[in-house]
Design a protein around this ligand. Structure first.
Ligand SMILES: [Fe+2]
Ligand SMILES: [Fe+2]
Length: 148
């Protein structure tokens, strides 16, 4: 397992959850059950990905700018999550804001996979790609369990 495979797996989870959410109506079971799961997943992933992917990438000239860009996007995504948290789930602003979050999230995930991964593949050593995967997954496990 490499860090790329670990991250890609979690991106797939996020894609599934956000697609369920934007297909929901009002404060349905789907929306109220799936939204907290996505929120937890996004927070855990951004934190673990920054620590075990972007921090190492910032040490390389080749990937420093891309790493900074992605971390800045995490902040933007987080602002959308906070905005949604402030809205009534059955109110008129919730779904359009969730759709905007979906649009930006899918863009972010695609950009990481298509633009960051190829250069990161050159910057990181092969053994580091595996060590980072192990550390990333252990960190995700702790965060998903609420231990962090
Ligand atoms: Fe990210
Ligand atoms: Fe990611």
């Amino acid at each position: 397992m490499t860090i790329f495979e670990s991250i890609r797996d979690d991106h797939e989870t996020q894609r599934t959850l956000i697609n369920i959410i934007i297909g929901t109506e009002g404060e349905s079971d789907g929306r109220s059950e799936v939204w907290p799961r996505l929120k937890r997943e996004l927070e855990a992933h951004a934190a673990a990905e920054e620590r075990y992917f972007y921090v190492p990438l910032m040490e390389h000239d080749l990937t420093q700018d891309a790493a900074r860009h992605s971390v800045a996007e995490h902040k933007e995504l987080d602002d959308f999550v906070e905005q949604l948290e402030g809205y009534d789930m059955s109110g008129p602003k919730w779904l359009p804001t969730a759709q905007e979050l979906c649009h930006r999230l899918l863009h972010h995930l695609d950009e990481e996979e298509k633009e960051v991964f190829p250069v990161a593949g050159k910057a990181l050593a092969d053994d580091e790609k595996e060590t980072l995967a192990t550390d990333y997954e252990a960190d995700m496990e702790r965060r998903r369990n609420g231990d962090v």
